[in-house]
Design a binder for this molecule. Structure first.
Ligand code: AHR
Length: 502
């Protein structure tokens, strides 16, 4: 097939937002324990954090990290995780039926986050707990010393406030699996009052209300409306979560997962703007897509079936080439919606459905999905453009006909550099990409030159990376060539591409 793409820096979506490249660390499985933290590991630093993992997190280019859950937060007593480690109680976390030693808690996580250079994003427990505990955690983290909670933080070694700017008001409160699950009305009230109380301390916080756990939730749409009718003036963002897998082996629809994410974002934005219209407000609520990834949920029997263990191997999906192409395409979708998606968190960061895998006492390596994330985070700069695309369609069961080629591009106004991210989501057809940058060249003295074309593709789409073969699947040079203001490149079936022009 043929795909023709025209880029014009005059046609823009919005700024590239660093927080689009967020991630998520939950006290779940081996994300924290033997993931980011393993004091017995030969590469552990003086705080017990694995430096080999930290190095990979930096390379991944993660900007913001949501913590401590996830379902876990909805039954978490944050006080158990601060103070001298020897005094911290071991608890039974009923979200994941796991033994929680509390050897990592709020202060430790913030130390880790600052050490690797990421912004912590904190979630409060609005499941089994409420407004008081949320406010106390906020004061513990952000207040200047002189009253009890911040003084306790100072006693625990942190005189300076943690200054956490983004706060999630609970997690997936629409889900019956959530501890303290609520109806939309129940959640709206507690979120409203928690937000009001938290804002009384600091009105500049960015607050995220819980949206829907996926687009297929029976309450989807109604939930967002009811929550925002109550919380509209008190929150900045509403969350969206989505996990993708090939349902019943339907890989064509799986490759088009970005279509679901796109429809999801559009519906949430429409609902938020409806509430704004009814309220006569020009305020625009933004989407925090704070859990997204490929997750083979079909292979998970559910939390009730779990034997109680400490740091169990939970949902450690091993990703292949197709999964990496889907992850790359989901990042394209997020960038295409940068006008309304303020932030996003890939779930999760280490071991638990994650780009980084570790062995306890052993190595740390990059899963296939690491690569599209790292390259997009590194090279998406400046402004997201709105390319004009003409291409063939792929028929899918879940979404009907969809474009075979999805593309986004960013334009760095300072340097003039262009970065183009492209996916061919056909499993069978290669496509020739013709990229016309004439309009971009117009604004520059010299024509564009190709800097690099990297592609994630393999004739064996089921290839994976392992500790023994960590680089089995890595980005390889593509065949892009530039002549005048036209670039051509081959897009093999099931492939992701990062093309840079300068
Ligand atoms: O990321 C795994 C789980 O998925 C999270 O704990 C929960 O929020 C979501 O259902």
């Amino acid at each position: 097939g043929e795909a023709t793409v025209r880029l014009d820096p005059a046609f823009t979506v919005g700024p590239v937002r660093p927080r689009t490249f967020g991630s998520f660390v939950e006290h779940m499985g081996r994300c924290v324990y033997t993931g980011i933290y393993e004091p017995e590991h030969p590469d552990a630093d003086e705080l017990g954090f694995r430096t080999d993992v930290a190095q990979l997190v930096r390379e991944l280019g993660v900007t913001t990290v949501r913590y401590p859950g996830g379902n876990f937060v909805s039954n978490y007593r944050w006080e158990d995780g601060v103070g001298p480690k020897a005094d911290r109680p071991t608890q039974l976390d009923l979200a994941w039926r796991s033994v929680e030693t509390n050897q990592v808690g709020t202060d430790d996580f913030v130390d880790w986050a600052r050490g690797v250079g990421v912004e912590p994003m904190m979630a409060v427990n609005l499941g089994t707990r409420g407004i008081q505990e949320a406010v106390e955690l906020l004061l513990y983290c952000n207040a200047e010393t002189g009253t009890s909670w911040p003084d306790r933080r100072a006693k625990n070694g942190h005189t300076e406030p943690h200054d956490i700017r983004v706060w999630c008001l609970g997690n997936e409160m629409d889900g019956p699996w959530q501890m303290g699950h609520k109806t939309a009305e129940e959640y709206a009230r507690v979120a409203e009052e928690a937000a009001r109380a938290m804002r009384r301390f600091d009105d500049t916080l960015e607050l995220v209300a819980c949206g829907s756990s996926n687009r297929g939730m029976p309450t989807f749409g109604t939930w967002e409306r009811v929550v925002l009718e109550r919380c509209f003036d008190l929150v900045d963002h509403i969350s969206a979560h989505a996990y993708y897998e090939p349902v019943d082996g339907d890989v064509d629809s799986f490759l088009a997962s970005g279509e679901d994410m796109h429809r999801f974002i559009e519906s949430v934005v429409a609902t938020a703007d409806h509430v704004a219209a009814v309220k006569g407000s020009d305020k625009r609520i933004m989407v925090s897509f704070d859990e997204w990834n490929v997750w083979f949920q079909g292979r998970f029997d559910g939390e009730n079936s779990l034997a109680i263990r400490e740091a169990p191997e939970l949902i450690e999906d091993v990703y292949d080439v197709t999964d990496a192409v889907v992850v790359g395409s989901l990042l394209i979708t997020l960038l295409q919606h940068t006008d309304r998606v303020a932030m996003a968190c890939q779930a999760q960061l280490v071991n638990v459905i994650a780009p980084i895998a570790t062995r306890a006492g052993g190595g740390a390596w990059r899963q296939t999905i690491f690569h599209p994330f790292a390259l997009t985070a590194r090279y998406a700069r400046g402004t997201v453009l709105r390319p004009a695309v003409v291409c063939d369609v792929v028929q899918t069961k879940a979404f009907g006909p969809v474009d075979q080629v999805v593309v986004t591009a960013t334009h760095d106004e300072e340097t003039g550099d262009l970065a183009v991210f492209v996916v061919n989501r056909s499993r069978t057809e290669a496509t020739t990409l013709t990229l016309d940058v004439a309009a971009a060249v117009g604004g520059h003295d010299t024509a564009y030159a190709l800097v690099e074309h990297l592609t994630l593709h393999d004739d064996d789409t089921s290839a994976t990376n392992t500790e023994e073969h960590p680089d089995r699947v890595t980005p390889r040079p593509g065949d892009a060539a530039v002549a005048g203001s036209t670039l051509t490149a081959t897009l093999p079936p099931t492939s992701w591409h990062c093309i840079r022009l300068s």
